[in-house]
Design a protein around this ligand. Structure first.
Ligand code: HEC
Ligand code: HEC
Ligand code: HEC
Length: 475
């Protein structure tokens, strides 16, 4: 192994069978070798391998927060090939990068099954996806009454060949809040190189309103300030991933800024944000519909968590548009150009309605995810919680205009989606804030479970596929 290897020694060796997060048994170690498969069998956190891949900072900029680790599913929104401006298709790169490393080939005996599995339909899939399906252990519909009866009569203990326990009608007592995320858990991302902006000489140029004005940071702070806690979903936050946070934002509402400039001129229907790094998505001609921005409560943000923005956060000012993926926003804002352009980002794109509604674990690779839940406790596979009732935690959000495509319910399952327990999200919660849920769960018995959650919106869409976590409950 090279002295500077990013992968710790002595783990992930395929010739040393191991049960990993699954209950120890002949089946899970000798047959499945669950402990030596998936990106983090070797990497501990595959993010460490991508943060300094090339001289250009990788787009997935910050280390996972919330105690989470990255795996291949976190790469899909950018790398699955669906996003035109995303990263390259990973297949070829990941293969050649590994098979050219002596550590992978010789010391870890790495092979196709280190990363892949073959599902029951004969498709080559990722182990990190497959391990959360009921196909693990060879049976389909492991949660169904017929399969359960069969396994019990065959004396498999507990309820699957892989030793995963199954609990129909998950018994959860769920509470909700919209507390801010801690700043340490919050992600950082920028599409282009981080620009150098001097806050002392900086000014925001506002054109196209009755009065054209230039605002220094002090001028903006002298305007009416609004404080709101807003969900910041990276447009490329994957199913259950960590590029999301609930941020307390202080700044100037766009409506207040328009008023401070004497209102919009006749015929002005759009706004084009200018940023010091040159970012505007999806194209440099892109404009927002002005009425839409105002109804979303768009803000020129000056502070997060009660302090001025840091350079990474887009200092001195960032245009924040609640309810949309943050990739449409502008950090390092230098100007707002109010105009009559019809080249407007349509609301439909920003809501990205989920078309593939499946209650089953999808083996497909989604692009952008506009409806999502994620696990925060446990935050990753393989943790153990003790007690007859255990406290689970997670987040949920939907891209929304506040009235349609709102987050409506969260579904929970402990039997691979055979049965779902539906919990209504309280109406009084702010649709533009991140929903944080706590679920007190009383499993029928101690054991290792695969838990799923799914967000469902007011239109009836389910998120593309559920967010999964494997955990052990001990007495
Ligand atoms: C069997 C062990 C093993 C598994 C499983 C594994 N890797 Fe690696 N990976 C390695 C080793 C060893 C290296 C080389 C580390 C070094 O030289 O610093 C590496 C390097 C990498 C690199 C950097 C490549 C480079 O040339 O710098 C990336 C990116 C990466 N792995 C991603 C992944 C992803 C994604 C997965 C899951 C789909 C995965 N790995 C699964 C062992 C593994
Ligand atoms: C937010 C989008 C995004 C996410 C998430 C993301 N990538 Fe990338 N990645 C890119 C882009 C864009 C490039 C193209 C190179 C560039 O522009 O810097 C890239 C390049 C790469 C490359 C080629 C080497 C290089 O630096 O050009 C590898 C390998 C890679 N990514 C692996 C991964 C892995 C593994 C994950 C998941 C753990 C991941 N990426 C997550 C956007 C992303
Ligand atoms: C280090 C991890 C790793 C290893 C080892 C590995 N693969 Fe892959 N493989 C990947 C990743 C990552 C992708 C691309 C992501 C995706 O499509 O899910 C991929 C994609 C593929 C695809 C395309 C699948 C598709 O649906 O598009 C094939 C085929 C494939 N691998 C075959 C193999 C074979 C054969 C081997 C053994 C010789 C192998 N892989 C070893 C990580 C790995």
């Amino acid at each position: 192994m090279p002295a500077d290897s990013k992968v710790p020694a002595g783990i992930g060796n395929f010739t040393d069978p191991d049960s990993g997060p699954l209950p120890e048994s002949f089946f899970t170690s000798d047959f499945v070798n669950a402990g030596n498969r998936g990106c983090n069998a070797c990497h501990a956190d595959v993010w460490d391998a991508i943060c300094d891949l090339s001289p250009i900072p990788h787009l997935a900029t910050s280390k996972p927060g919330y105690g989470k680790v990255a795996n291949i599913t976190d790469c899909y929104p950018c790398h699955a090939g669906g996003a035109a401006l995303g990263g390259p298709i990973l297949s070829d790169l990941i293969h050649s990068a590994h098979y050219s490393k002596a550590q992978f080939v010789e010391e870890e005996s790495g092979n196709c099954w280190s990363c892949h599995a073959i599902d029951n339909a004969g498709n080559l899939v990722q182990w990190d996806v497959y391990k959360h399906t009921d196909q693990l252990g060879g049976f389909t519909q492991s949660g169904s009454t017929a399969v359960q009866f069969w396994l019990q009569m065959r004396k498999w203990e507990p309820s699957s060949t892989a030793g995963v326990s199954i609990a129909p009608d998950m018994q959860v007592d769920v509470s909700f809040d919209q507390e801010p995320t801690t700043e340490e858990d919050f992600f950082v991302a920028s599409n282009y190189a981080v620009p150098e902006v001097d806050a002392a000489t900086w000014a925001l140029q506002v054109t196209g309103l009755t009065e054209e004005k230039s605002f220094t940071l002090e001028d903006l702070k002298a305007l009416p300030q609004t404080k709101k806690t807003i969900a910041f979903p990276c447009a490329a936050n994957a199913i259950g991933s960590y590029q999301i946070g609930n941020v307390p934002v202080t700044g100037v509402l766009l409506s207040d800024l328009v008023e401070a400039c004497g209102g919009a001129k006749e015929g002005v229907v759009a706004v084009g944000p200018n940023a010091a790094d040159g970012w505007r998505f999806p194209s440099p001609e892109m404009n927002y519909n002005l009425d839409y921005l105002i109804s979303q409560g768009a803000m020129v943000a000056l502070q997060y968590w009660d302090h001025d923005l840091t350079v990474d956060q887009g200092s001195p000012a960032t245009l924040v548009v609640p309810g949309t993926g943050a990739g449409w926003w502008s950090k390092w804002l230098t100007g707002l150009d109010f105009n009559d352009s019809q080249m407007q980002v349509s609301i439909a794109i920003m809501q990205a309605p989920v078309e593939q509604q499946t209650h089953e674990m999808g083996l497909m690779t989604p692009g952008l995810v506009s409806l999502n839940t994620g696990w925060l406790a446990p935050s990753k596979d393989g943790e153990t919680l003790s007690g007859s009732t255990v406290e689970l935690e997670g987040y949920a959000y939907a891209w929304t205009d506040g009235t349609t495509n709102k987050l409506e319910r969260i579904a929970f399952s402990a039997d691979y989606g055979e049965t779902w327990t539906m919990v209504d999200v309280p109406d009084e919660l702010d649709p533009f804030g991140l929903v944080h849920w706590k679920a007190a769960w009383t499993p029928p018995a101690p054991g290792t479970y695969n838990l799923r959650t799914c967000a469902i919106d007011t239109v009836g869409n389910w998120q593309y596929y559920p967010s999964n976590v494997i955990l052990t409950v001990s007495e």
